[in-house]
Design a protein around this ligand. Structure first.
Ligand code: FAD
Ligand code: FES
Length: 247
């Protein structure tokens, strides 16, 4: 359920190069679905910034974010016990009911796209679904959560610099894996490659730029085979069968 709340910062520290883990605590019980996101109000910025939920415990939410601009820089300066105004319960989240007994599942994450897949991995594991995880990073300094992911499944890591895992792209790792259903999040070029790599059913989490975050401005429009969808309210997860990557 969509809810605005004031949270207290419990932890906000770097875990890789320019990448921070933020733990925020609320006074209410939070029930979020993997793939949903929160919108954080950052001091001196009119537009809230969206971040996928990386993990959710009863009264706390964890996000992992990369400092890419002024908003995330300001967020990285937030200290323990400071208050953050967030809106949670946003977006549709992954549809885990789409899986059947025959599903051979792989989670495919690129860069910051690994963050929402962690919550999904945890939830799939708790539901007794077995899967493999493929993670790709630009370089070894930006890799995160490898030990955490390996608690839930076999993981296959690739990096462009080859300093961790296989040298190459996530699709290079996919060659060695048998799967018939996938969940993926990462930069758009990666999602396109994953979608083209194999005509399997799956779900893609899009983290493209947003404006208002509540469906009014259309700045997050994404073309699907039927119609244009707004990532903030119709997504951010879309089924691979809806994707139109023709342009
Ligand atoms: C649903 C959703 C979930 C997201 N989850 C995460 C997450 O878990 N972790 C994380 O690190 N980031 C995530 N993002 C991206 C994050 O919202 C942006 O990086 C952030 O808003 C940038 O704010 P800024 O003020 O620092 O950057 P700005 O000053 O607004 O921009 C700085 C630079 O970053 C680029 N940029 C801004 N937004 C995005 C974006 N969405 N994707 C790619 N480049 C962008 C701009 O083009 C510009 O080059 C998510 C985005 C969406 C829509
Ligand atoms: S961000 Fe404004 S409609 Fe989606």
């Amino acid at each position: 359920m969509r809810e605005r709340c004031l949270c207290s910062v419990k932890y906000n520290e770097p875990i890789a190069k320019d990448i921070f883990k933020l733990v925020i605590e609320t006074s209410v019980n939070l029930q979020q679905i993997p793939g949903q996101f929160i919108n954080i109000k950052i001091d001196n910025f009119y537009l809230r910034r969206p971040f996928s939920i990386c993990d959710c415990l009863e009264k706390s939410i964890i996000i992992v974010y990369k400092v890419v601009g002024r908003g995330t820089k300001r967020l990285s300066e937030t200290t323990r016990a400071q208050q953050l105004d967030i809106i949670c319960g946003l977006g549709n989240g992954f549809d885990m009911d789409a899986l059947s007994d025959k599903s051979e599942v792989v989670l495919i994450g690129g860069g910051m796209g690994a963050a929402p897949l962690y919550f999904l991995a945890k939830s799939l594991k708790e539901s007794g679904v077995s899967f493999e995880t493929v993670l790709g990073f630009t370089d070894s300094k930006q890799a995160f959560f490898l030990d955490e992911f390996s608690r839930f499944s076999a993981i296959h890591v690739s990096s462009l610099d080859g300093k961790i895992g296989t040298k190459g792209l996530v699709t290079d790792s996919l060659r060695d894996i048998s799967y018939n259903y996938y969940f993926s999040c990462g930069p758009l070029p990666m999602l396109k490659s994953v979608h083209r790599f194999k005509a399997a059913p799956g779900q893609l989490l899009l983290e493209e730029r947003m404006g208002c975050g509540f469906g009014a401005c259309m700045s997050c429009s994404f073309k699907t085979i039927n119609k244009s969808k707004r990532i903030c309210v119709d997504g951010p997860v879309i089924y691979s069968s809806e994707v139109d990557f023709s342009e």
